[in-house]
Write a protein that binds this ligand. Sequence first.
Ligand SMILES: [Zn+2]
Length: 400
Amino acid sequence: MRARISALFLTALLLCGQARTVTDAEVQRVHKAALLIDTHNDVPWRVVDGFDFGSKTGEWHTDLTRLKAGGLGGVFFVAYVAGSYVDGNRSAHRTLQLIDTIRRDIIGRYPADFALAGSVREIEDARKAGKIAALIGIEGGHAIEDDLGLLRQYYSLGARYMTLTHTNTNSWADSSGDQTKAGVKHHDGLTDFGKQVVREMNRLGMMVDISHTSDATFNNAVAVSTAPIIASHSSCRALANHPRNLTDAMITALAKKGGVVQINFNCNFLSEKFRAAQAAEETRLEARFQQVTAGKKLSEAEIDGTYQRLRLEMKLTRATLADVVDHIDHVRKIAGIDAVGIGSDFNGITCAPEGLEDVSKFPNLTRALLERGYSESDVKKIYGGNLLRVMRAVEIAAEK
Ligand SMILES: [Zn+2]
């Protein structure tokens, strides 16, 4: 009965949007009890350029020390393959280079902290051993160079999801990133080969990730996949009108299929207020960027890192922790608590929300969720329970 009253009380708080008082001890307890799995961390892109994951540079969003402080139970390290690698057929080389970096320079170099995981069982085993489960995701379907054999090889190396596109439409799937770009040949979703890719992912037991894809590709993927699918790092279009985000219809279709939308922390995908301010602040930011980088030859990562640093230094508008909770809340309201998770996109974004500046800040999110009236069991689902359910279903579908 007590549990029922407290559940009713929490629901009442949620309905009237009132914050409840949460103690530090409660935050720590719930945070520790939940198995937090971030499905999208882009740090491999920095590590492959020589960044020592074990160093405490404080730059960008992720290193070993801050990851531990953030209390993560699992991380999908992403083999992000930029669309530029399509030129000259260098995508497979880049994918293998990044997978090697994840396995060797992150997991292999810090074996006391990480265990490579390729299944729900292995994630749970890592937890029991007191280690962070390290998983591999591939971002950008062009990584397979139109060859299912490469897809199978990536699976055998540990990849457990593939984002069907990045910002570029590839030869078998449309992206949300170039819908209006001249000269791009679109397919109105997935081609027949694209549908074969989805089926082969189902057969292997690799999660189909529809973040970055066009709405038509999303619809095709939902229709074709025999297993639940994920959005590894997307937010809600109803709250921030960006094509990278999912419409309410897409979120409910994903949920109906048993899938999950992992909320992205990019300010641009979280807040209309940020989007409006950004237009006005862009000129100032750009001028400052030109000033500090004049005469320097910077890598793509250094360019993004500089923008990120300047944004903080210049105290430009950012999204907030409350925005992240609003997106979680939105998915919960339209599709249920079982349909939402976390895919930060840390190290892939140049603006992170106030209060969630890097991977060490996750306990702030736990506090914000509890204050908003979410229960411990809700937090457990959002942080990893839902994702583990999808992974399990994908594993079972593969066995059939
Ligand atoms: Zn991305």
